[in-house]
Design a protein around this ligand. Structure first.
Ligand SMILES: CC(C)(COP(=O)(O)OP(=O)(O)OC[C@H]1O[C@@H](n2cnc3c(N)ncnc32)[C@H](O)[C@@H]1OP(=O)(O)O)[C@@H](O)C(=O)NCCC(=O)NCCS
Length: 226
């Protein structure tokens, strides 16, 4: 699992995508510097206070905050579902998947106030970027931040050939999230389950939808050889 550099804001109205990109550029440069450093103690001492606290003092704080956010926004949907259960241990195990990457939204105190998690993967044989989660604290909703986070997932898809799609699962009860995804061009994916008759007169009626959005591939630099 990789925690992406956190997006920063002091207040929703201060949120400026350009400053987000600045943070990412800086951290890339830091990453280059770190690669050159081999002594593990030097590496620790080079970290700023915030990174030191996050990675050495309370390493699971961000993950716990993400879990709490999912519980806060989606637990009722899980509990009402006939397909999925709210299972804390299972959810936490999924959240710790090594391939899962996080983009965190933090306030100036370093507290997680929102996040999205994603994974490039195969879904029924098709390469996709799967959006596992996207959650914002109530005061950050409707600020354009959700759109910005989804645009990062689309960017990953566009720069990861042969991926041509961002995919996600949404409970049908989550009308607001469905409206959000639709406004961003997501549509029901062909693999989304449809109602079907089961044995003994029973019927499967899905309470969730799989949605996807096609993205245009962009050329990527081959950094492996440089
Ligand atoms: C879903 C969520 C991430 C959306 O983020 P957001 O910051 O509120 O959304 P944005 O402000 O970026 O809105 C993006 C677009 O979606 C539309 N939209 C957002 N919420 C909407 C709603 N409730 N109804 C209709 N449209 C909505 C906006 O109108 C906007 O369209 P526009 O750019 O064309 O004007 C956020 O509301 C959230 O965290 N909800 C709770 C957690 C959740 O349900 N997550 C999804 C789990 S599947």
């Amino acid at each position: 699992m990789v925690f992406h550099p956190a997006l920063r804001y002091s207040h929703p109205s201060d949120f400026n995508p350009a400053s987000v990109l600045d943070v990412m550029t800086t951290s890339k440069e830091n990453a280059k510097r770190k690669r050159a450093m081999t002594d593990p103690i030097d590496k620790v001492n080079e970290k700023n206070d915030e990174k030191f606290i996050q990675e050495h003092l309370r390493p699971s704080a961000d993950l716990d905050a993400c879990y709490n956010l999912i519980e806060e926004t989606s637990r009722p949907d899980y509990e009402a579902s006939s397909t999925f259960d709210w299972k804390p241990v299972k959810k936490m195990a999924e959240m710790k998947s090594p391939e899962l990457r996080y983009i965190l939204v933090k306030n100036s105190e370093g507290d997680v106030r929102g996040f999205t998690s994603l994974m490039p993967t195969y879904e029924e044989g098709e390469p996709v970027v799967y959006c596992y989660e996207i959650h914002l604290k109530p005061e950050l909703r409707g600020t354009g931040l959700g759109r910005l986070l989804m645009s990062f997932l689309e960017s990953v898809a566009a720069h990861t050939p042969p991926i041509k799609k961002v995919m996600l699962t949404c409970f049908l009860t989550n009308r607001k999230a469905l409206a959000f995804y639709k406004s961003m061009g997501f549509v029901q994916d062909p693999i989304s389950p449809v109602p079907k008759k089961l044995r003994y007169g029973r019927e499967f009626i899905p309470d969730y939808v799989i949605m996807s959005k096609s993205v245009e591939s962009k050329a990527v630099l081959d950094t492996a050889s440089s």
